[in-house]
Write a protein that binds this ligand. Structure first.
Ligand code: PLP
Length: 222
């Protein structure tokens, strides 16, 4: 994809979404040049799914980029991103949350995180059930974690052409988000929607979309 196209893609997408929806440009597997192109068109929020790749890109690129970790995160890797990550979308267990809090303390910062909820039927996707998320949010231990801010939820719909199925899954997460928001004042982000389904996600209440291929072109590998 040439640089003109990357800029045009971002511009076109932003023109077609309302101002309350944040666009995360998912740059995984793409070279730093592509990110810099998007950066030079004014974009600042980028998503990566691998710690090593995100760290390398962080080091190579301007420091006002906001890095979003959107992929599965192993506890032993939190330390590599704790100093700079802007938002972790993919927290799906208590021990991980505890580790993020511990590493955040070391860097004297508060790290915003989202809980990843499994809404898809496929069993390859990570994430907690609604019940697990509620138990986690209501647990006493979590109140001790002063260096994390649980700011909302993330979910991925089933990979299918059936729009009705996708809409139902997003709707269920939106309903859950609204319910939790009543007792969790920090809740503000509902991260749902990828290149193939972001319009359905927005129709169903998403305010943060994670788009890769519609911006940077198709990936040869995941
Ligand atoms: C790769 C990825 C995306 C972006 O996928 P596209 O289909 O290229 O838009 C969004 N979210 C997560 C969690 C991803 O891993």
């Amino acid at each position: 994809m040439n640089s003109n196209q990357i800029c045009q893609n971002i511009k076109r997408i932003k023109e077609n979404i309302s101002a309350n929806v944040q666009l995360i440009a998912v740059s995984k597997t793409k070279p730093v040049e592509d990110i810099l192109t998007a950066y030079n068109c004014g974009h600042r929020d980028f998503g990566e799914n691998k710690v090593q790749e995100m760290t390398a890109k962080y080091e190579a690129l301007p420091k006002d980029i906001r890095w979003h970790l959107i992929g599965h995160l192993q506890r032993n890797k939190v330390k590599y991103i704790a100093s700079f990550v802007h938002l972790i979308h993919s927290v799906d267990n208590f021990k991980l949350l505890k580790e993020i809090n511990k590493q955040a303390i070391k860097h004297n910062r508060v790290i915003p995180v989202l809980l990843q909820i499994k809404i898809a039927k496929e069993d390859t996707k990570f994430g907690m059930s609604f019940q697990q998320a509620e138990e986690l949010l209501n647990s006493e231990e979590i109140k001790e974690f002063k260096n994390i801010k649980i700011s909302g939820l993330m979910g991925m719909a089933t990979h299918t052409n059936e729009k009705g199925t996708i809409a139902c899954e997003f709707q269920s997460l939106k309903n859950f988000f609204d319910k939790l928001k009543k007792t969790n004042p920090n809740f503000q982000y509902l991260s749902m929607g990828m290149s193939g389904d972001y319009k359905i996600a927005i129709e169903n209440g998403s305010n943060m979309i994670r788009l890769g291929s519609v911006i940077f072109g198709v990936r040869n590998y995941q």
